[in-house]
Write a protein that binds this ligand. Sequence first.
Ligand SMILES: Cc1cc2nc3c(=O)[nH]c(=O)nc-3n(C[C@H](O)[C@H](O)[C@H](O)COP(=O)(O)O)c2cc1C
Ligand code: SF4
Length: 479
Amino acid sequence: MARYFKYKTMADVVNDATRLGGELVLQDDLAPLFSPATVAGRTVGNRLLIQPMEGCDGTLEGAPDELTYRRYQRFGAGGAKIIWGEATAIAPEARANTRQLWISERTAADLGRMLDGARASHRAAGYPTDDLLIGLQLTHSGRYSVPRPWLATHDPLLAPLTIDKTTGKKVDASYPLLSDDDLQRIEDQYVAAARLAHRIGCDFVDLKQCHRYLLSELLAARNRPGRYGGSFENRTRLILNVVRRIRAEVPGLILATRFNAYDGIPHRGVGTGEEFIGQPVPHELPLVCAFGTDLQSPAREQLEEPIALATHLVQAGVSLLNVTMGNPYANPHLVRPAEFPPVDGYHAPEHPLAGVLRHFRITAAIQRAVPGTPVAGSGYSWLQDFAPQAAAANVALGQVAFAGFGRATLSHPDFARSLAETGQLNRKLVCRTFSYCTGLMRAKDHPLGQYPTGCPPFDKEAYGDLWKEVEHKRKQPGT
Ligand SMILES: Cc1cc2nc3c(=O)[nH]c(=O)nc-3n(C[C@H](O)[C@H](O)[C@H](O)COP(=O)(O)O)c2cc1C
Ligand code: SF4
């Protein structure tokens, strides 16, 4: 069934990387993953980080529900020392789906219980908690808010892919942009959310600037007029204002940010069946709206601005960076290299290993630019059984401080324990990147407007029946 991942040995993977024109180092010695690190003066017990993984399973009010509590308990018990809590909206209109977490006075206590649950299960599994960091990813979904998009700018390539669900129409050049005053109010909302997050026991908050949600779109908003668009200084105004204000107004809260260091270009599927393959959407050069991207040659990264951003963020008081790229709606192969796309998605136009190498290369460049600040990397899961060997080598080489695991944690939340105790992943739980989790995430035909997501093949108890239900509905005529 495997299309690309046919490796038996570390040498097979390394040779394939070389064949693709990249460089990959793997090492058997996993000790670097278990050496402590320092984040904002706090000791962190190992280099294994659970990436933000939305479960789309909150209540309609934005509080965690049964499956949400379960996920964080499992993460806590698993032994990774940074639990990067998932996308949590700063306001109701900022949510990307009807069940996304939303931090407010009404939900704060329950979100606090969710964090406490992760700490308690960490302790119960025999780990100390003074070297564990848990935070939340604060988000405004911007273009991807439901039911209506909130645009920072008119991106000519994303506009035809953006639907206003209140009218069923695509957005166009007449669709109103968020005004400068609106953005200033959003700054206030971030600060208020960070204050609440601190109150409920977050060690850190992530000011999410990735995957082309609002703050990520702003970084690319070269064609936006006014105080928040155009020049690099204007495009980074909002994030730097928020960082400085939280630094001043919420002392003690560690500031982190997950940012897109490369947007690339939107893709759409062309062809049918197995040959439904992603291709760049029709475009003119230079691109108008993209960050970290060579505007004349968008398949290539251009890291001058992302490096300047990382440097400015650190100077303003950010202590932890998390590098990612792409857009899960418009070029998912950049975000999460996968063996197979979700049912409605295009096949990747590149070998997934090329996507993994891009993640490693770009993250290493950012880490080199801010050597005193820990950077977390993304995109490890496609490497399956070899992901820990890549993580260990990247940490040993100083190319990254923390290896972030995304999908791999849904199938195998106790991956850190398995690595510590046996030196390898539990082969029965290794994520095979077949994208059922993304399929569930895209399934909206649910009484609450959104199916919860997790790992149906390896966490059948919680998600097996949900997956069958979604498949059944998909096969109904007319759906
Ligand atoms: C089901 C699912 C939920 C996700 N939720 C988030 C999220 O809340 N915030 C975020 O920044 N990225 C999110 N991501 C992206 C992952 O954090 C990660 O960057 C991506 O899966 C690539 O890493 P991996 O190869 O280890 O899976 C999500 C991905 C999936 C598949
Ligand atoms: S459904 Fe499970 S195995 Fe498949 S990609 Fe998602 S986490 Fe991995």
